[in-house]
Write a protein that binds this ligand. Structure first.
Ligand code: HEM
Length: 224
C-alpha cells in the first residue's frame, strides 16, 4: 500500500494537518466566546450568559480582544485555504444538484474537491462577515478615534455589528450541525486530522483521486 504525506501508514488519509487544526480551533473557541458574550450584550434576556463567562465586566473587556484573535485566525485560514476555496467551473454542477445533497442522495452528487461549494460558501461567509465585524467592532471599541464629522459610522456600527453577527450565527449553526451530526467522520478530521479512505472517496472524490496521484508520483511507496 502506498503511503506518504497524506496517505498514512495506518491506512487513513490526512485531511487536516496539526497547523490547520490549531488555526481552526483558535477560530472556533474565540468565536464561541464572542457569540456568547455578544448575545449577553445584545439582549437583557440573555445577559445571564455573562455570569458564565466570568461576569459582565470581564466579558466586556475580553470580547474585543477575542475579536482580534478570531480575525487573525480567519486571515490565517485565508492564507492556508483561500486558494482551495476559489470557485471552479465544476461548482456550478454541484449547486444544480443541491436537491440531492439535501436529500442525502450523495451518490447522485458530482465529485467534490477538497472543499465542496457549500464549504466554500461557509468559508467566504465567515471571511467577509468576520472582516465587517472587525471593522464595525473597532469603531464601537475605540469611538474616540472616529472624527466627529464621521459620527454616522458609530451609529451605523451599532446597527450593523449585530447584523453581521447574525449572518455568522446562521453559518455557524449549519456548520456545527453538518460537521458533528450530519457527516459522520468529519468531526474526527478536525480532532485527529485523518479520515478513512472510504470517507475521503465518498465525500471528496476529486480530492482523494488527486491525493492518490500525488502520492504515487512522489514515489513514496512502502513496497507492499
Ligand atoms: C464548535 C464549533 C465548530 C465545530 C464543531 C466545527 C467543526 C468542523 C468540522 C467537523 C470541520 C471539517 C469538515 C469537513 O472537512 O468535512 C470543519 C471545517 C471547517 N471549519 Fe469548523 N467548526 C467549528 C467552528 C468553526 C468556526 C467558528 C469557523 C469560522 C471561521 C469554522 C470554519 C471552518 C472552515 C472554513 C472549515 C473548512 C471548510 C469546511 O469544512 O466547512 N469552524 N469545522
Amino acid at each position: 500500500m502506498i503511503h506518504g504525506k497524506y496517505l498514512l501508514p495506518n491506512g487513513r488519509v490526512l485531511r487536516y494537518s496539526f497547523h490547520e487544526r490549531m488555526i481552526h480551533w483558535t477560530a472556533a473557541v474565540s468565536y464561541v466566546y464572542l457569540l456568547l458574550s455578544g448575545l449577553a450584550f445584545w439582549s437583557p434576556w440573555m445577559f445571564w450568559i455573562a455570569a458564565v463567562l466570568g461576569g459582565a465586566t470581564i466579558a466586556r473587556e475580553l470580547h474585543p480582544w477575542l475579536g482580534i484573535v478570531f480575525s487573525v485566525a480567519v486571515v490565517l485560514m485565508d492564507g492556508m485555504w483561500g486558494k482551495q476555496m476559489k470557485e471552479t467551473p465544476a461548482d456550478k454542477g454541484w449547486w444544480e444538484s443541491i436537491g440531492h445533497y439535501i436529500r442525502n442522495e450523495d451518490d447522485k452528487m458530482p465529485p467534490a474537491d477538497r472543499f465542496n461549494p457549500g464549504q466554500k460558501l461557509l468559508f467566504w461567509g465567515f471571511f467577509v462577515n468576520g472582516l465587517l465585524l472587525l471593522l464595525t467592532g473597532l469603531i464601537l471599541w475605540l469611538p474616540q478615534y472616529i472624527p466627529w464629522n464621521l459620527r454616522i459610522l458609530r451609529l451605523a456600527s451599532i446597527f450593523l455589528h449585530p447584523v453581521f453577527a447574525l449572518f455568522t450565527i446562521a453559518l455557524f449553526i449549519v456548520h456545527v450541525y453538518m460537521g458533528t451530526a450530519m457527516e459522520r467522520g468529519a468531526f474526527g478530521s478536525v480532532i485527529r486530522g485523518d479520515v478513512s479512505r472510504a470517507w475521503a472517496d465518498h465525500h471528496h472524490h476529486s480530492w482523494f483521486q488527486q491525493v492518490l496521484r500525488e502520492e504515487e508520483s512522489s514515489g513514496k511507496s512502502s513496497g507492499d
